[in-house]
Design a protein around this ligand. Structure first.
Ligand SMILES: [Zn+2]
Length: 238
């Protein structure tokens, strides 16, 4: 599914782009493909079982898997990182916050394997970072923002494309029909950290928000973040 020139959604179980058995509607995250200079970048990579489907979708848009140079992971949950070991074996460079990298390299319950009833295949993260970092990959400048709460390592990625400011939000903000936030059952979920993240994120103006599940938002995504922040303030401080 094309979002902008050179930007595509190639996976996601909620809209049926990818599907691996139907055990959960949230079984597979939204995976995004960004074409750059001399190669492509992925944001997240699905639960692993759906990797052949993601390859099929990227080939539809004229990209071969060999052109993928990097994958930026939003957090360690298996529905977002299950194919990371496949990418690592292919020589794709993995980027993740150090807490996400720790979880993925340990392959422990921080990857939420208990939700998916299969073990995590650990793999090494090539580029681990903390705080705000700027990476230039395939000619695209990608800025990180640490957004802990849903997990300890959650990270949003910002970049500019075709005159728009785009953010990949992972599971920090869910985007169904209103602003809502990510699942709170993670081993490393932290409510106080999540509130601080929502407060910080709600000050960011973007043109397009690429969520971890559900809809891509084109219309003032900040309002969705503010709605999520409002709900969190009301519900989480009881
Ligand atoms: Zn998650």
């Amino acid at each position: 599914m094309q979002i902008l020139k050179n930007l595509y959604q190639i996976g996601g179980s909620l809209n049926g782009l990818s599907w691996a058995g139907g055990y959960r509607n949230y079984e597979d995250c939204n995976t995004y493909l960004l074409k750059g200079e001399g190669g492509c970048v992925l944001f997240d990579c699905g639960n692993g079982d759906t990797w052949p489907q993601l390859v099929d979708r990227m080939e539809y848009w004229g990209v071969s898997p060999e052109e993928v140079k990097a994958c930026f992971l939003t957090h360690a949950h298996m529905d977002h990182t299950g194919a990371a070991h496949i990418l690592a074996d292919m020589g794709v460079e993995l980027y993740a916050h150090e807490k996400t990298a720790d979880a993925l390299e340990a392959g422990d319950e921080r990857c939420a394997d208990y939700l998916y009833h299969k073990p995590t295949v650990p793999c090494r993260v090539t580029h681990r970072f903390a705080g705000t970092q700027v990476f230039n990959v395939c000619g695209i400048e990608i800025t990180t923002m640490h957004c802990p709460g849903h997990t300890a390592g959650c990270t949003a990625y910002f970049f500019n494309l075709d005159g728009r400011r785009v953010v990949v939000s992972g599971d920090v903000i869910g985007t169904l029909m209103d602003g809502h936030f990510g699942w709170d059952g993670s081993f490393d979920f932290d409510r106080a950290a999540y509130l601080a993240t929502l407060r910080k994120f709600s000050k960011e103006d973007t043109d397009i928000m690429l969520s971890g599940h559900g809809l891509v938002y084109f219309g003032r995504p900040r309002t969705r973040v503010e709605e999520a922040y409002c709900v969190a303030l009301c519900e989480w401080r009881k």
